[in-house]
Design a protein around this ligand. Structure first.
Ligand code: MRU
Length: 359
């Protein structure tokens, strides 16, 4: 099973009984794959940012479950169940903010529970098929979101994006970049403005690279340039992805997104969020309860082997922030667009999706 539309590069692929992940820490300098043979391998890859981006993390976690189920396929039922419980816990502890991780694990767990009476080897095959389906479904969802979202962009639009919500953050096509790709496929001329995205540089390293690969015009800026460009009338729309949307429409995404949303409102620029329904967490009433990951100080004091900040300086490194729903012009989902999202409109779309087959 392989996917990915980043013209040649696959974010995740299943090869010879292993999950291979393109090592996103090395992009764009080198394209190398990391092979994962167990849930623990996948959890480490998620924690260390080999794979990142909410939907891609969810897909990888599903494969992590499948990998341990295959390894343990010969075990008796009690040992199998105990080891699988550990696999779920290990994967759940890898990163806290992206709800897609927990969504994928819940889906795998509910399948495992439904078939708990089957032989371990048979259940292992069923779980692998489910991981393949989660990956394939992610691409279908992104394409559906792309089709809805493309209609929001005018021909000639200059679209600012933050972080990387592209093919590399998903099974393929991307969420925010998927909307841009779909608009380009529909014949529109779109120029992307990519925020560098301090401190991990997903915009400079990943978004800019994806766009350059496909000849979609892209201009890279540092994060602190967005306001200036907006004040000069050089941005027509903002599109970002998200790691978790609370029941009231508050949006958690890469640190710096909130700043962009405030600026967009100041300059009357629409602020769109590409949001697969698996990213909506109805159990969380508002953004204040979304767990925000704090990452290593070394991401802020330097990059790779180069440290530029004073040794011993105190550092904060919250990896995500929360944009209040009132700043969101629309959520673009695979089921259509939710304009001015609020608790009622979000719940209505999620509930309707439970009774109708999706993409
Ligand atoms: O820390 P990262 O790189 O995993 O953060 C990724 C983001 O914030 C993305 O914008 C988000 O996951 C949406 S990806 C379609």
């Amino acid at each position: 099973m392989t996917t990915g539309d980043a013209r040649g590069v696959e974010t995740l692929r299943w090869r010879d009984g292993a999950l291979e992940l393109v090592d996103q820490r090395l992009l764009p300098a080198r394209i190398e794959f990391v092979a994962c043979n167990s849930a623990a391998d996948v959890a480490r890859a998620i924690r260390e940012m080999v794979v990142r981006g909410a939907p891609a993390i969810g897909c990888a976690a599903a494969y992590g479950v499948a990998l341990d189920a295959r390894r343990l396929g010969h075990a008796d039922t009690a040992s199998f169940q105990a080891a699988m419980a550990l696999a779920f816990d290990t994967l759940a502890a890898s990163r806290p903010t992206a709800v897609n991780l927990f969504w994928a694990l819940a889906r795998m767990r509910s399948l495992a529970d439904r078939h708990a009476d089957l032989e371990s080897a048979v259940l292992a095959r069923i779980l692998l098929l489910e991981a393949h389906e989660i990956l394939a479904e992610d691409v279908r969802i992104n394409r559906a979101m792309g089709a809805h979202g493309a209609a929001l962009l005018a021909d000639g639009a200059r679209v600012l994006t933050h972080c990387n919500a592209g093919a590399l953050a998903t099974g393929g096509h991307g969420t925010a970049l998927g909307i841009i790709r779909s608009a380009v496929e529909a014949g529109k001329s779109i120029r992307v403005i990519a925020d560098e995205t301090r401190p991990f540089l997903q915009g400079a390293r990943l978004t800019a690279w994806e766009m350059v690969q496909e000849n979609i015009p892209v201009t890279l800026i540092t994060d602190n340039m967005a306001g200036f460009l907006m004040s000069r009338g050089e941005v027509d729309a903002v599109i970002v992805g998200t790691d978790r949307v609370a029941a009231n429409g508050d949006v958690a995404n890469k640190i710096g997104t909130y700043m962009v949303a405030v600026l967009a409102r100041r300059h009357a620029i629409p602020f769109y969020v590409a949001c697969p329904l698996s990213t909506i967490d109805l159990t969380i009433p508002d953004g204040s309860s979304i767990p925000i990951e704090e990452r290593a100080a070394s991401e802020v004091t330097g990059f790779r082997d180069c440290q530029w900040a004073a040794h011993g300086v105190e550092v904060r490194n919250p990896s995500f922030d929360v944009t209040p729903a009132e700043l969101v012009t629309a959520l673009v989902t695979e089921r259509g667009i939710i304009h001015r999202p609020d608790a009622r409109s979000i719940r209505a779309v999620v509930e309707a999706s439970r009774t109708r087959p999706g993409p």
